[in-house]
Design a protein around this ligand. Structure first.
Ligand code: 1HN
Length: 345
């Protein structure tokens, strides 16, 4: 019933005549592009332990000067897509970036949207659209499409962060490019201070706030406090999770990928709803067991893993005494905007 005929069933001279006219018969390929009930998924559940990445990234610092690399990054590539594709999932790119004391990663802007999740070290900063954002562990810093950004480091120890971009999608659309620029002038003011308290927005009497991205840095101290507050206020709530949002619109912080922070209570097991978007999990604090169908990953602090869409995922806090805090990235805004978002029982 699923066999709609093979290319080899057709006369060779007919196939050759089609090929000569840049024509292809659909029926031998129809089931491949439109499989029954569930998409064909290349994304494989994959675990990238930080203990394996870190020494190789430090070695990259010895092997390649920043002036040569511009961005010194090891890409977390999903073997299901082929390592050369530099994809964690269909739409998500992940990389671990190293900046050494005194280094500067020059200013540029590009069409893909990026965020950084700071993993280790102190003293680095990112200037995004003229706003100088300190990079503290667990901070989320946005670099939305088209905004200038550069990174510097005034501290004494290596700084490492996780980059999450929608590069695979933007590249696939043939819309990926960058522009180099000079050092940015830093303007006063910080979005996270203008939007320091939930539900209280700055009244835009004279200026600002009508920027497309009014808040560029989401301090971990604030995100963590929001999770603690949510957990204390709703002790029965299963999923203690926050969404990184544009405080002016309430929409996702960026257009294509979604970003969240999840607190797993001590000893908690949480089965996530099965949904179409692929997901990335990165441990900010504590540890977690991530089960993706029949695969089981034990994530330590700073570890990262991904799970394909349409796949059940269960998270378990390894500790019975300490909460675990997990950063999540997924493809929800993209799926919702395209109308392909779905949940499965
Ligand atoms: C990029 O601009 C950065 O600015 C990091 O730090 C990783 C990966 C692909 C394309 C652009 C950065 C990137 C990137």
């Amino acid at each position: 019933m699923n066999d709609l005929g093979r290319l080899e069933d057709l006369p060779a001279d007919y196939v050759a005549a089609l090929t000569a006219q840049n024509l292809v018969p659909l029926w031998p390929n129809l089931r491949g592009v439109l499989p029954p009930n569930k998409p064909r998924i290349s994304t494989r559940a994959t675990h990238w332990p930080y203990a394996a990445i870190r020494p190789l990234l430090i070695q990259a610092g010895e092997l390649t000067p920043i002036e040569k690399a511009e961005r010194r990054v090891l890409v977390l590539a999903n073997p299901g897509h082929g390592l050369d594709k530099m994809q964690a999932s269909a739409a998500m790119y992940l990389g671990m970036q190293l900046l050494l004391p005194g280094e500067w990663a020059p200013s540029h802007r590009h069409t893909p949207n990026a965020v950084r999740m700071v993993v280790e070290g102190e003293g680095a900063w990112s200037t995004v659209d003229g706003e100088k954002c300190p990079m503290l562990r667990g901070d989320l810093i946005l670099t939305p499409t088209g905004l200038w950004h550069e990174h510097g480091h005034d501290g004494t120890e290596p700084v490492i962060w996780l980059d999450v971009l929608d590069l695979p999608l933007v590249y696939y659309m043939e819309t990926s490019y960058h522009v180099n620029g000079g050092r940015q002038d830093v303007t006063p003011g910080h979005g996270e201070r203008s939007y320091a308290r939930g539900g209280l927005l700055p009244t835009p009497v004279f200026e600002r706030a009508n920027k497309a991205y009014p808040m560029l840095r989401y301090p971990w101290a604030d995100a963590r406090a929001a999770l603690e507050s949510l957990a204390a206020n709703q002790p029965e709530e299963q999923a203690v999770q926050i969404t990184y949002a544009n405080p002016q619109t309430g929409a996702h912080a960026e257009n294509i990928l979604g970003f969240y922070a999840l607190m797993l209570r001590p000893g908690q097991t949480l089965t996530l709803p099965t949904r179409s978007p692929a997901m990335v999990f990165h441990v900010i604090e504590g540890g977690a067991n991530v089960q993706v169908t029949d695969q089981n990953f034990q994530l330590a602090e700073a570890d990262t893993c991904c799970a394909p869409g349409y796949t059940p995922v269960t998270l378990r806090n390894a500790s019975t005494t300490q909460a675990a805090f997990i950063f999540i990235a997924d493809e929800t805004p993209l799926h919702q905007k395209l109308g392909v978002y779905e949940t499965r029982p």
